[in-house]
Design a protein around this ligand. Structure first.
Ligand code: PLP
Length: 454
């Protein structure tokens, strides 16, 4: 094995970091060698609690034997299938298992490899659905401010997250954006807000010409872009009604919220709203292998089936048999062990502890299940954000890492209009002593931020 100093030299010079400064990655990023449960260890033997669960995907924790064995067995049986010419047993089995837990109206699954690609798939599916239905002008997606739908250029066009988009503007596709459903920064009663936002959405469809709008995409609970923003309880239902009125498909991006993360198998269950398309990734295999899934409603499927049209979209590694085996083993665990319940009970412990924090820079503590956000502001009363050059969220995250706890910290999607964000989203198998440690470290590091920035 390479020695440590050689590995550190490689870290500095030859790998592109994902969305991180080259200088940080080159000098500070832990170089990992193994993981177990909710922790991982670096080459210096330092152990970290992963209170972010990878990136909110390792829901079931590291080192689950049943998932690992299922992948090994699959490799022995069938190591690859090209889904255009033939189909593998694990792909069929996983599609059936998924349809058993998805909303009633869902009928088919398209398997890909990651979340961004799942949203690209959804955008193309919506366009081809309207194309076949002889609504050929319907080609644009409406999305929301304060959102993240992926790093690829189509998904990024639907995204509104300044630090992730500004170097790539003008974005590839001209997608209109409506306001986020963001109760903390609204003076209105929550239900009034849900009505107003739906009205704004309807007006946007009219202004942009309903004949050109194919779909609306939203994260049911906003993840990294907003720090676990939960919409008003009437919002999703109101939006769905307007989508149906204007023949606009409703796409739920459940990449981060799916598979129990918010305390239900899918976040849409909180409001009982059935989307036309749902995108899934992250927790589907709990990080054991790259896989995403896009489910389509029976309404969409019928149009494709009746016209016997090929969906013109294929990906070499989409629905890889080993990934599907990992997905099936993960799904068995989610269902048999009712894992979303752990997200409810452990999420309650964490969010209640954070709500007790007395630091003056805490503006809001919010979330559902084990997707929890803390919004940090320079003034609690006015909710004024920190200055652009005050990286308070990043400070909290990096101090926490130094103390052995990995969390997310950064600017919100609209840094001039919202505070810095800290996100805590541990694996569902997190132990109570580890929860105590997370609470202690987040408390200490927000306290340090208060001394440094207020
Ligand atoms: N959509 C949401 C809501 C996400 O949180 C993410 C990733 O964080 C994506 C899409 C993109 O997924 P991926 O990073 O797997 O491409």
């Amino acid at each position: 094995m390479n020695n440590k100093s050689h590995l550190k030299k490689l870290r500095k010079n030859i790998v592109w970091p994902h969305s991180a400064n080259i200088s940080y990655y080159g000098t500070k990023a832990p170089i990992l060698i193994n993981c177990h449960g909710s922790t991982y260890t670096d080459i210096n033997g330092v152990q970290y609690i992963d209170a972010l669960a990878g990136v909110a995907n390792v829901n079931l924790g590291y080192g689950q034997d049943k998932i690992i064995d299922a992948m090994k067995n699959q490799l022995d049986q069938l190591s690859y299938n090209y889904s255009s010419y033939s189909i593998s047993v694990p792909e069929l089995e996983l599609a059936e298992s998924l349809l058993n837990i998805l909303p009633e109206n869902m009928g088919r699954i398209f398997f890909g490899t990651g979340g961004s690609e799942a949203n690209e798939t959804a955008i193309k599916l919506a366009r081809q659905y309207h194309y076949i239905s002889d609504n050929k002008k319907k080609h644009r997606i409406i999305s929301r401010k304060i959102s993240y739908h992926g790093a690829t250029l189509g998904a990024l066009s639907a995204t509104s997250f300044l630090v992730r988009t500004r170097a790539f503007e003008p974005l590839l596709l001209d997608f209109p954006k409506v306001n986020a459903a963001y109760p903390y920064r609204s003076d209105d009663d929550e239900l009034d807000l849900g009505v107003q936002l739906a009205q704004e959405f309807e007006q946007t469809i009219k202004n942009e010409d309903a004949d050109t709008i194919s779909a609306f995409i939203a994260e049911p609970v906003v993840g990294m872009a907003g720090g676990a923003i939960v919409p008003p309880s009437n919002y999703m239902k109101n939006i769905k009604e307007i989508c149906d009125k204007y023949n606009v498909l409703l796409i739920f991006d459940e990449i981060i919220t799916g598979f129990g993360r918010t305390g239900k198998m899918f976040a849409t269950e909180h409001w009982n709203v059935e989307p036309d398309i749902m995108t899934m990734g992250k927790g589907l295999t709990s990080g054991y292998s790259p896989l995403s899934a896009v489910s389509t409603s029976k309404k969409i499927n019928e149009i494709f089936e009746d016209s016997d049209s090929a969906f013109m979209h294929g990906i070499t590694y989409g629905g890889h048999p080993v990934s599907c085996a990992a997905g099936q083993a993960s799904l068995d665990m989610y269902v048999k062990k009712n894992m979303s319940n752990y997200a409810v009970t452990k999420g309650d412990v964490l969010i209640n502890a954070f709500k007790e924090f007395k630091h003056n820079l805490i503006g809001d503590v919010r979330g559902l299940g084990l997707l929890i956000g803390i919004e940090l502001v320079s003034d609690q009363k006015s909710k004024k954000p920190f200055k652009l050059n005050q990286e308070v969220g990043k400070f909290v995250a990096s101090k926490s890492l130094e103390k052995g706890v990995k969390i997310y910290g950064g600017k919100g999607a609209e840094p001039e209009l919202m505070g810095d964000l800290v996100i805590i989203s541990p694996p569902f198998v997190i132990e109570s002593t580890q929860i105590d440690k997370i609470i202690e470290v987040v408390d200490e590091t927000i306290s340090s931020a208060e001394k440094e920035f207020l």
